[in-house]
Design a protein around this ligand. Structure first.
Ligand code: LIP
Length: 271
């Protein structure tokens, strides 16, 4: 049981309400944002990341005092229990800061390294994605399912690039080209949470990324699994949190995606 008197299905409405309140703060900032702290050459945080995260963390601590929290901006808030929330107050900060309406609030609940509940809220489009382990996935309360595309050559995928793209030799640019030649297209949307949520909904057929953080993908990885898809690390392991790499897909494409990641230019091209 996640908390003294709560079950996983009790948790989702509470997490959704917290995500909505954070979304109201974030929505107010779209189009009038200035980075307040540079974290790296292309990695920064805005006042709205900070304000949304403060609301989320304080609300989770009030509702679930025995749960630990790992939040992107404020770090680890330890507790002794087995449950930990992983929080991204604005996944897609760069999009948000430039006024591009592709970002989401992501709250994932881990038991150990296993995601057991998650919500992803897109405040601009009023889309609330939710999932609980073994209970399916939904968009605004209606069940969702992954796509039924079986052929990688006809698939639409997404990916992303870590903030160390300018210095890391394994920066995913080679893989981006390899998949462009072997699919109908690859999109770089700038939000891992939405890449996962849209795969769960069937708008995308799959997504992969290296150098990803638990708060970016914990909720989304569970969402895809609960929507009938598959979530692994890029090596095909069930644990996608510790390795910091992820592949989500409709399940039908998963082995084809893993093969391109494994074989690179040697992977077969569409006929
Ligand atoms: C972002 C991810 C995205 C990745 C970016 C960044 P943030 O998270 O959602 O997939 O490509 O480099 O990590 O920093 O906006 O929360």
């Amino acid at each position: 049981m996640p908390g003294k008197d709560t079950t996983v299905s009790d948790i989702l409405p509470i997490a959704e309400a917290i995500a909505r309140r954070a979304g109201a703060i974030v929505r107010e900032g779209l189009g009038r944002v200035h980075p307040v702290r540079q974290k790296g050459a292309i990695d920064f945080v805005t006042e709205f990341d900070q304000r949304a995260e403060e609301l989320i963390v304080s609300s989770l601590q009030r509702e679930f005092p025995e749960h630990a929290i790992l939040a992107e901006e404020s770090g680890h808030h330890p507790r002794t229990g087995e449950y930990q929330w992983v929080v991204d107050p604005i996944d897609g900060t760069t999009n948000f800061a430039h006024g591009l309406p592709l970002f989401a609030i992501s709250l994932g609940l881990l038991r150990g390294n296993v995601p057991v509940a998650g919500v992803i809220y897109d405040p601009r489009h009023e889309e609330m994605f939710s999932a609980a382990l073994g209970r399916g996935a939904s968009l605004n309360g209606r069940p969702i399912r992954v796509s039924s595309q079986p052929d990688l050559g006809q698939a639409l995928l997404a990916t992303g690039f870590a903030y160390d793209i300018r210095t890391n030799p394994r920066n995913n640019l080679a893989q981006f080209a390899q998949f462009q030649l072997r699919t109908q297209g690859v999109r770089r949307l700038g939000s891992a949470a939405l890449d996962c949520a849209w795969t769960a909904l069937g708008r995308l057929d799959g997504y992969w990324e290296f150098g990803i953080k638990p708060w970016d993908v914990a909720a989304g990885g569970l969402l895809v699994r609960e929507a009938g898809g598959r979530t692994t690390s890029t090596a095909g392991d069930e644990d996608f949190i510790a390795p910091g790499t992820i592949v989500v897909s409709n399940g039908l494409l998963h082995e084809q995606i893993l093969r391109v990641l494994r074989e690179g230019d040697a992977a077969p091209l569409p006929k």
